[in-house]
Design a protein around this ligand. Structure first.
Ligand SMILES: [Zn+2]
Ligand SMILES: [Zn+2]
Length: 347
């Protein structure tokens, strides 16, 4: 089959690789209808994650059709049209039963080396092997497009858990740091949850315009505090969502949050430390939390919001390209010329 493979620093190729096959009783094989390129993939090919070897198939966002199942698979069957979580979980252990699938000992993350579990071939391919198919896969419901279901598996789940963890309530003033795919989706999710004033903080003007065209206000980082304070009578935001990660955006979040406000970070962090403004955090009773998308936990809710047209995540898709154009898709995403690129392995 054809697949997008890691071919050296910041390089991907589309190559012929061996077809995947069932390896464990809980596996399924999925023929991929659509797959997507994600900011995480840029980290993968930049060499920021361990265990990414040359010729490793990359990618972790996909929808498709089940073509074969292992003997232990019960809920999923051949012919099912399915979406997938970007990581696997057993669905049966105490962590999974609590809804904490990310903590499952059976976790493996598609196409990201060994950073988040044992190596698992990625999904930017014509076919993908899915361990623990009963938990990892979920039928795409009527009324939900492939494009929308694709986004549920990672970016939309990440955006939603930020809103969920922040406990956004109707009327809350929300600031979202970062106008990439997850930041824009966090803006949409916060609106769905009833946010009042909503500001997307983003340096690039096109991404600010995009946020404004989809129900938010926007500000460049240097003017964000002024706008948020203007909108909140000088208080600051009830909720700040960091959709970028790293210490700089986290410091910016502290600049925007009100007393007794909540900061949720869903951006990727690799820095070992951060200088927490602890006296202020205590005096102002601030909340700082982190969250990682768990589509297994939130997919039913998200698919219902999509099917009822309360939420349309597909507005962030800026291009759909054939699989063969994966190198161009990666380059355009890295240069921030695209917000979200979908790859079609059937073309
Ligand atoms: Zn992703
Ligand atoms: Zn588990």
């Amino acid at each position: 089959m054809r697949a997008v493979v890691y071919a050296g620093p910041k390089t991907v190729h589309v190559e012929q690789v061996p077809d995947p096959r069932i390896q464990a009783p809980g596996d399924a094989l999925v023929r991929v209808r659509l797959t997507a390129v994600c900011g995480t993939d840029l980290h993968v090919i930049a060499g920021h994650l361990p265990g990414v070897e040359p010729n490793a198939v990359v990618g972790h966002e996909f929808v498709g059709d089940v073509i074969e199942i292992g003997v232990a698979v019960q809920r999923i069957k051949p012919g099912d049209h399915v979406m997938a979580s970007d990581f696997t979980a057993c669905g049966r252990c105490r962590w999974c039963e609590r809804g904490d699938h990310w903590e499952c000992a059976e976790r493996a993350f598609f196409g990201t080396g060994t950073a988040f579990g044992p190596m698992l071939a990625g999904a930017q391919a014509e076919m993908v092997r899915v361990p623990h198919a009963d938990a990892t896969l979920f039928p795409v419901p009527p009324g939900c497009s492939d494009q929308a279901a694709l986004l549920v598996g990672d970016n939309l789940a990440t955006a939603w858990v930020a809103v969920e963890r922040a406990a956004v309530e109707p009327g809350d003033a929300v600031a979202v740091i970062g106008g990439g795919a997850v930041g824009q989706l966090a803006s949409l999710c916060a609106q769905t949850a009833g946010a009042g004033a909503l500001v997307v903080v983003e340096p690039h003007v096109q991404r600010r315009r995009f946020a404004e065209a989809h129900g938010a206000l926007s500000a460049a980082p240097e003017t964000a505090r002024e706008l948020v304070h203007q909108l909140t009578g000088g208080d600051g935001a009830d909720v700040v969502i960091d959709a970028v990660g790293g210490n700089g955006p986290l410091r910016a979040a502290f600049e925007l949050v009100r007393r007794r406000g909540r900061i949720v970070s869903v951006g990727t962090h690799t820095s070992p430390g951060f200088e927490l403004p602890i006296a202020r955090s205590f005096a102002e009773e601030l909340t700082l939390t982190f969250a990682i998308g768990d589509s297994i936990r939130v997919r039913r809710r998200l698919l219902a919001l999509i099917a009822s047209r309360a939420l349309d995540p597909t507005v962030i898709i800026s291009a759909t390209l054939p699989l063969a154009d994966a190198p161009a898709a990666y380059a355009q995403l890295a240069e921030q010329r695209q917000l979200k690129v979908i790859l079609d392995p059937t073309r």
